[in-house]
Design a protein around this ligand. Structure first.
Ligand code: CA
Length: 529
């Protein structure tokens, strides 16, 4: 009898211990907009563009993922995927032109909130409909601006003065300080930076001391050995860069004092630029340097923000039971292929930075090379909170990877699909399948229908299509089959709605012919625009 009692006592102790271990952790999810992994020093980009000591702290105390991918490399669709754990063909948010997030659909935030978490989102939301499932939200309308932004505070318009990245950080800290400390929290700190037009904090102007930033190897890519789509885009530093991008005009929303600081930095340099009358490659080179000063200057503020938030967690003793995740809605081109912007299945925009610090789970300083995705975030957060994962979510919890154990059946391939066309940036719709080494891509609309194969091992900069090379015939066949398998598994619809492509102008473009010249590798000429 005594023995039975002792067993029951020990067993209840174990249950209590398990319960204590399963205490719901806090979640601080810091998310930025268009942050290239090349611009985080922990990623060790060969150009060594800048130091980001605070972002690197998350990597040092947690895990850095080298191949975190987005299913559609553009703002709104990526954000919808984060909330729902689903591809855009299921969450309905395909593009930034005419999509609107249906707030009635399930999200991980609603589940976490219902389970007793305090939830808040502060910063750039960009899903058109208002946030749902949050105790508190304060968001920028649309894209928002960098200086003196308007914001919407739980539905009420307000106007702030200051630099947006700093303000979002201040507001995040204010909320954390005033939260109900009896409950775990989910704080989503959603930065606007470093989105175009890359306007830095005025205190950071000149941060690089006019250093000459290293150019990417592919700055002057001639787009040979590939199809029409890469040549016929509108996102190049050479052709698409505006006066506003180049800071040759002053933004309108500055106060007189702010304008004074802006002009004091930019005007003398702009005068020198005008006098030099640059053309051709020299002009591209000048723009690249200006772009790097500005873009990286914005990152400096994001890094400072991360430092302030980590310091707060530490000072409050919250660092031991708070998961910190840093990511962006996608990557970005920092001059690679002559581009800025995103959209493509190519590495710089397919991938997004992902740094995770999970005390007690993740070994500090670890690096993971598996294919992971922002599809996995929702399931990871639900798993962390000890909640069941809805069956129709399409990612997987990252918890085993973060604990240093990759499940044997972890994904080895990834399906990608970009829709928005023709504006902005004229990147043709394409879908593809990605593995560790290869990418098979299908450009299919409106005036093209061709496939390309990229071999990252042989051609890390993705400058050559190998799809017509007989040596790759078997790979192409395997990947074609794999893409078809993935589309079935992911419940991809038989027909894509026309609205998925966004802009109405698309209706006037010619459609791809049924009998496409796939095998010959040819393609129809672009219609004059
Ligand atoms: Ca974005």
């Amino acid at each position: 009898m005594k023995r039975i009692f002792l067993c029951a006592f020990v067993s209840s102790l174990f249950t209590l211990a398990a319960f204590a271990a399963a205490k719901q952790p806090n979640i601080l999810f810091i998310f930025s907009d268009d942050h290239a992994y090349q611009a985080i020093s922990a990623y060790n980009d060969p150009r060594k563009l800048l130091q980001t000591p605070n972002l690197d702290r998350i990597a040092k105390e947690g895990m850095l993922f080298t191949r975190a991918m987005v299913p559609n490399s553009i703002c709104g669709p990526s954000r919808a995927t984060v909330l729902t754990g689903k591809y855009n063909h299921l969450n309905g948010f395909y593009n930034n032109s005419n999509s609107k997030f249906d707030p009635s659909q399930p999200t991980f935030v609603k589940d976490i909130h219902a389970a007793g978490y305090q939830t808040a989102v502060i910063g750039k939301w960009h899903l058109i409909s208002d946030p749902v499932g949050f105790d508190y939200w304060k968001i920028l309308p649309g894209q928002g601006v960098y200086y003196n932004p308007a914001m919407i505070d739980n539905g009420k318009p307000v106007k702030l003065e200051g630099y947006t990245t700093d303000l979002i950080t201040d507001l995040t800290l204010d909320w954390l300080k005033s939260r109900d400390k009896s409950k775990p929290f989910l704080m989503m700190c959603y930065h606007k930076a470093p989105h175009r037009e890359w306007e830095p904090n005025l205190k950071n102007l000149g941060w690089d001391n006019d250093r000459k930033h290293v150019e990417p190897e592919t700055l002057f890519d001639d787009y040979a050995n590939r199809g029409l789509a890469v040549r016929d885009q509108d996102m190049s530093i050479e052709k698409t860069f505006t006066l506003r991008d180049a800071k040759l005009v002053t933004p309108g929303q500055l106060t007189p004092e702010q304008k004074g600081k802006w002009d004091a930095y930019y005007e003398p340099r702009n005068a020198k630029f005008r006098a030099a009358n640059l053309t051709g490659k020299d002009l591209v080179r000048w723009r690249y340097q200006r772009y790097m000063h500005d873009y990286l200057g914005c990152i400096k503020s994001v890094d400072e923000s991360v430092g302030r938030l980590l310091d707060y967690l530490k000072a409050e003793g919250l660092d031991k039971d708070t998961i910190v995740v840093y990511s962006a809605d996608q990557g970005f081109y920092l001059g690679e292929h002559g581009w800025f912007d995103k959209r493509w299945i190519f590495e710089e925009s397919l991938r997004t930075p992902l740094l995770v610090r999970w005390p007690g789970v993740t070994k500090p300083g670890s690096v993971n090379h598996e294919i992971v995705s922002n599809l996995d975030f929702a399931e990871t957060f639900l798993d962390a909170a000890g909640l069941p994962v809805p069956k129709d979510m399409q990612g997987h919890s990252l918890r085993p990877l973060l604990a240093g154990q990759t499940p044997a059946d972890w994904r080895k391939s990834f399906y990608y699909h970009y829709y928005e066309y023709p504006t902005p940036h004229h990147v043709r719709p394409h879908e593809g399948v990605v593995t560790d080494q290869f990418k098979l891509v299908h450009f299919y609309k409106p005036d093209v229908d061709y496939w390309e194969l990229y071999d990252r091992k042989k051609d890390p900069n993705e400058m050559r299509d190998y799809s017509k090379d007989p040596a790759y015939a078997e790979i192409v066949a395997q990947l074609t089959q794999e893409m078809s398998r993935l589309k079935t598994e992911l419940k991809f619809p038989a027909e894509i709605p026309r609205s998925a492509y966004g802009n109405k102008a698309f209706d006037n473009e010619p459609q791809a012919p049924d009998a496409a010249p796939k095998k010959k590798g040819g393609q129809k000429k672009k219609k004059a625009e």
